[in-house]
Design a protein around this ligand. Sequence first.
Ligand code: C5P
Length: 297
Amino acid sequence: MNPLVSIDRKRDFYAGHVYNAGMDAKAYAKINLTLDVLGKTADGYHSLRSVMLAIDLADELALTFDAPGIKIEADPPLPEMSAARRAAEGYLARCGGKGLCALIRRNIPPEAGLGGSSADAAAILRALQNRYRALAQDELVSLASRVGSDVPFLLNGGLALCEGRGEIVTPLPPMELHLLVVKPARGASTKEVFARLRPPYAAGATDGACAAIRKGDFAGLLPHVGNALTDAARTLAPEIAGLLWRMRRCGARAASMTGSGSAVFGIFEDAAAARRAAGAFGDLPFARPCRGVYDVV
Ligand code: C5P
């Protein structure tokens, strides 16, 4: 029997999402409402400024603590040295925990810019921290950023300004956004997209977006929504341009690529408009109305 079938039967609640034997966890995806590239750093990475939002698209995890060793099974499978495994290894090495068994039902499409593998890693770190409380907050964030650029943000989710390689996270006040997220069949590798990126980088929009969000100004946010990686990603997945165009034609008040692509999102006036627009993307393998998530636990 597929072990993932047992996720729904594994509910073993004691209190407030913290269990002795194990727990179920959700690993929420993210979108980048803005993504500015500031430049290349000495270690070959790019320093970024981005407004990120956790969304209600999630992988589902069933976790068992104190297992013998680390066992991670995912459907569809993850590579052997996944971010999830590196997160578990990194945390357990610090807390002296024996092991962790994680069954992961992957609902977040890969190579989409939705942070799927980082989300799994963040959910595992959150769960291990709930269980062992072995790391101070700054140690947890430091481990998270070594595991992956988006992991520090995904530890807490919500809406935030993320800077550096993603390790400097400044929470922003919540703003209700009605989204439609779509992804073409072709994905985009983050490494490849950054390798194709050439200066000068598109002008920054993140400051304007943060100012609008802090004022609760929905209309003021819309012109700042954008992504400096779009042109580089389009050289790998040319469909992105057409999807942005279709999204606007379907009534999106703003549309942009998320992360390094190839997924694209639209921001709609209300939930009904996002749902209606989803009907126009039936030709794609993935099209889903989404909302922000502010209660990541
Ligand atoms: O963060 P992640 O390991 O998924 O990134 C994959 C690759 O993308 C990195 O090895 C690096 O080449 C590039 N990258 C970058 N700047 C970032 C994030 C990723 O150049 N901020």
